[in-house]
Design a protein around this ligand. Sequence first.
Ligand code: MN3
Length: 209
Amino acid sequence: MNQHYKFENIPLPYPYDAMEPYIDAKTMELHHDRHLQTYIDNLNNILKDYPELQDLTLGQLICNIGMFPKEIQVPIKNNAGGVFNHEFYFCQFDNLSDKEPTAHLALAINKKFGSYEAFKSQFKNAALSVFGSGYAWLVMNKNKGLEIMTTANQDTPFTQYLCPLLNIDVWEHAYYLKHYNKRADYVDDWFNVINWNRISENYLKCLAR
Ligand code: MN3
């Protein structure tokens, strides 16, 4: 993807059906090609009239919202957030690798939550606690400690100076075709396709920040 305007939707790094049976191909296709595309189109449409913002990266757009003209602050928050949150979401899947965290990240999770199973249970509760649309996240705080948090709509952890390791999109469009209203089943399935090598890379990036 371009680092700045005009943003483009990069193809998924795997086929639509790669995460079957946990995340179905149709959901993957609609979620990536339509939902994410809409956030990208909206963001480009907003920035079209603001050439002075067109060199800013997604991260710079998200973290400097207070400096922009008032009329575009909320639209940029929603749409730049929507682009970041979805790209982050789609990049963390793999249907092949270890089903549990390894190495440094496993140690950090055990230290904070007691065990991977305890982490899973707390993370699932957080995902279920989101009222309406939003995300649950595993993030690193300023003291390099891990935390579970939730965000509403397309808010990101950056505005609270938290570094993201893992997210789950719990907007209904992320699971309704396969799991109907059973968000808990979606969360269980989602855990089966997490690429923990990727999350470990995110962990190291956050540590080095
Ligand atoms: Mn979504």
